[in-house]
Design a protein around this ligand. Structure first.
Ligand code: 1HN
Length: 350
């Protein structure tokens, strides 16, 4: 049983805290249970962004400001539990970016890593390290830390993609650097498809010896991902919690493709209902195909193609799908694993 504190003791303690505060000292025992919680405790909440709604506002933003003026014309997907922090989860940022026909989002670089998951449009491009890659719906494109990148759209339709960045992680470490490029568009020094051929064809240049934590492949095209899932499904081997779930890798190391953000693609076959699952990595899901319902911590989120939803750390999650569904997702799992923090659990809530 907890001992009760006499009013006298309480007064003496308060006076003591006040005196030591002047010396920039503060008692651990008053805060211990708040800073070391028995389970993850987060302000991040489950939330769904319907693409149709977000797209309308994004197009309206397209009439208010150019990509050049905005530098990046993005509507941030801000978690309702984390208002004012530009965060989709505690550790990650997400936004929807629009590049209209004829526009350029000018070249810059920063220490933050970025991923693009293409949601709408065909044939717009992003340039990274002198190579342009065309972007198609469902492609996963990487901008490694401190690489110059610019986006352009020479097509006649809008290009829209989901950006995922490790901004809160970099802020936490006070390690943010950024600078512009002298030109709007960086010089193109490599042919289209160069990095795919060099690093993404199950081969590596014979003397390639990079310790880089970032994948040298910077576009993982949906066509290949989807075909792989379609071929594997014939085996009819489904994970009860994940259906058929693959992770994107750095072919040089077998580790995740990015140093701070883990990325995944999964197929859930028509009628599938997953068993409850929870893990310490809060996860952002982007629907590529299909309709379904995801329940996170008792919150039901009904989704369709192009919708985006988020599940916080350590909350039980289940999916049930009406059609074949394909979900892209990303989280800080790779960072947590490097730090020895990541945990998962399968089964039923207590
Ligand atoms: C950024 O560089 C991009 O390059 C998108 O497209 C979103 C959000 C914050 C900081 C940098 C981009 C960003 C960003």
């Amino acid at each position: 049983m907890a001992q009760s504190t006499s009013p006298d003791d309480a007064d003496r303690r308060r006076a003591f805290y006040k005196r030591i505060a002047d010396q920039d000292l503060t008692p651990l025992w008053e805060v211990l249970s708040a800073i070391i919680t028995r389970q993850p405790k987060s302000d991040c909440v489950p939330n769904l962004w319907r693409y149709e709604t977000a797209r309308e506002y994004l197009m309206e933003a397209g009439e208010l400001i150019t990509a050049r003026e905005a530098e990046r014309r993005v509507l941030i997907l801000e978690n309702p539990g984390l208002r004012g922090t530009s965060r989709v989860t505690t550790s990650l940022y997400a936004g929807l970016q629009l590049v209209l026909p004829g526009e350029v989002a000018p070249a810059h670089r920063h220490s933050q890593s970025a991923l693009r998951f293409i949601v709408e449009g065909s044939g717009g491009h992003t340039a990274v390290d002198g190579e342009r890659t065309p972007m198609e719906v469902g492609d996963f494109v990487i901008t490694p830390p401190w690489t110059f990148h610019d986006h352009g759209n020479h097509t006649s339709d809008p290009m829209i993609w989901l950006d995922g960045l490790d901004i809160p992680i970099v802020s936490f470490f006070d390690a943010s650097f950024a600078e512009g490029h002298p030109d709007d568009e960086q010089p193109v020094t490599r042919g289209a498809g160069d990095s795919q051929a060099r690093f993404g064809a199950n081969m590596l240049p014979v003397d390639y010896d990079s310790r880089s934590p970032v994948s040298p492949v910077f576009n993982y095209p949906y066509a290949r991902t989807r075909e792989a899932l379609e071929t594997m499904r014939r085996q009819d081997e489904w994970d009860p919690c994940h259906g058929l779930k693959m992770r994107y890798i750095n072919p040089n190391t077998g580790g995740f493709a990015m140093p701070t953000i883990a990325t995944f693609m999964q197929l859930l076959p028509k009628g599938f209902e997953t068993a409850p699952y929870r893990a310490t990595d809060a996860t952002v899901f982007a629907v590529v195909e299909g309709n379904g319902v995801t329940v996170v911590d008792g919150v039901e989120m009904a989704w369709g193609p192009k919708d985006i939803f988020v599940a916080p750390s350590w909350k039980w999650i289940t999916h049930r799908v009406d059609d074949d569904a394909v979900l892209f997702s990303f989280s800080d799992r790779v960072a947590q694993q490097k730090l020895g923090l990541w945990r998962e659990e399968r089964g039923k809530p207590e």
